[in-house]
Design a protein around this ligand. Structure first.
Ligand code: FAD
Length: 392
């Protein structure tokens, strides 16, 4: 029976990082991945360029039932620490927007960097290997895999969340958490596009592919970024961000003019172009087709001269406070992450160890720590991976 110090299950972002750190400490480390392909989400990420961290990363960028949980790991392995690693490997990168760092060339550079680190640290990697059972023993854990039995002192679960099931995502982390009696908080697809009710979907379908800067809000939480109309509903960064705060049945408020006072501008336009139709006036701020479709959806018609001050307030209100009630989300099929997960009260915030099971660790997305869009989820994967890698 093969014996190692540490088995890491899942060769994704957090697992590879953890394995390399543990390997450098002289631990014998074996990483088991059930698919053929290592680091698939790293390769898919950031449109193929991997938004690997965010220079503004802080605990405020995470959603968790315990917002303090992520602080320790993030402060001990910061965005700057990961940037230094990327620079040591000679990977060129740029800031795209809002502190988001992307590779100049390709996501593959980040995966190759992690694999190189694992190689230098003497980590063994096995793909196409599933773990069928994990059993606690006096010396640690016994694992039964598709390729035989294994013994390890420490087991790190790094199998991620439920998004993109056809890319290798499984409920393994939650199943193991349940086996060891750890509480699991409810999970849902997050950083995910919205689908719309039939009336709005039909009205807006011609705008599919059009992008527009908005403020998307739910309660006091809002994001000013671009929104993309899709053939199913709404997407784009502002929508993906707010989706993490959405509950079924809730409304999302969309301000289509977050940077301007539309009412003041409409009053000027009434003076300047009294004979113009509202939709033609609005077409100065967006494409003609978008103005026509939105005016129709909001029931706005007539010339500018026809509009009383009250009517102009209504027009301004329709564009500044568009209330959308999504019919749902596109779900795990396209979601970037899973919201919720293993209750962080069950986990030691410094080491990622399960408090109830000595030698068992959970890192990355499977925990109830969900980052905003923009490189924060990878930063959590790196930081939680390092936290466990330093102690396993
Ligand atoms: P993963 O990286 O998902 O790794 C889990 C690994 O475990 C996978 O290799 C999986 O195959 C394997 N596995 C699963 N089940 C088992 C099992 N039973 N046995 C063995 N192995 C198993 N975040 C950002 O910060 N920036 C981005 O640009 C970004 N872009 C994204 C784009 C897309 C399309 C998606 C889906 C996500 C994106 N994310 C991004 C989110 C980010 O990829 C994840 O948050 C991050 O990969 C989570 O790391 P992890 O180690 O927890 O899980």
């Amino acid at each position: 029976m093969q014996q190692v110090d540490v088995v890491v299950i899942g060769a994704g972002a957090s697992g590879l990082m953890c394995a390399a750190i543990a390997g450098y400490r002289g631990r014998s480390v074996l990483v088991l991945e059930h698919t053929k392909k290592i680091g698939r989400k790293i390769l898919m990420s950031g449109g193929g360029r991997c938004n690997f961290t965010n220079i503004h990363n802080s605990p405020a960028n995470f959603i968790s039932a315990n917002p303090h949980f992520c602080k320790s790991a993030l402060s001990r392995y910061s965005a700057q620490d990961f940037i230094e690693l990327v620079e040591r490997h000679g990977i060129e990168f740029h800031e795209k927007t809002l502190g988001q760092l992307f590779c100049n060339e390709s996501s593959k550079e980040i995966l190759d960097m992690l694999l190189t680190e694992c190689d230098w640290a003497g980590v063994e990697l096995k793909t196409e290997t599933s773990v069928n059972a994990i059993k606690a023993t006096d010396a640690g854990y016994q694992l039964s895999t598709g390729h035989g039995e294994l013994e390890a002192e420490s087991v790190v679960i790094a199998t991620g969340g439920l998004s993109i099931p056809n890319g290798g995502a499984t409920s393994f982390a939650y199943d193991i958490a349940q086996q060891f009696d750890l509480n699991i908080l409810s999970r849902s697809a997050a950083l995910v596009p919205f689908t719309l009710q039939p009336k709005e979907k039909d009205a807006l379908k011609e705008l599919s592919g059009v992008s527009h800067k908005v403020r998307a809000s739910i309660g006091n939480t809002s994001f000013v970024e671009s929104m993309l109309f899709t053939h199913r509903g709404l997407s784009g960064p502002a929508i993906l961000q707010i989706s993490s705060y959405w509950q079924p049945g809730a409304e999302v408020e969309i301000d289509l003019f977050p940077d301007m006072d539309l009412l003041a501008w409409l009053k000027e336009q009434r003076e300047a172009r009294p004979k113009a139709e509202i939709s033609s006036v609005m077409a100065q701020q967006m494409s003609k087709r978008m103005a026509q479709i939105l005016c129709q959806l909001f029931g706005l018609s007539g010339t500018m001269a026809d509009q009383s001050n009250k009517a102009l307030e209504n027009i301004s209100g329709a564009f500044h406070h568009w209330k959308v009630k999504p019919s749902g989300t596109e779900g795990y099929r396209t979601a970037e992450v899973t919201l919720g997960g293993i209750d962080t009260n069950e986990i030691d915030q410094k080491t990622m160890a399960a408090k109830k099971a000595l030698g068992l660790y959970f890192i990355g997305e499977c925990l109830d720590v969900t980052g905003h869009l923009g490189g924060h989820n990878f930063q959590w994967a790196w930081a939680s991976g390092v936290a466990a890698g330093q102690v396993v």
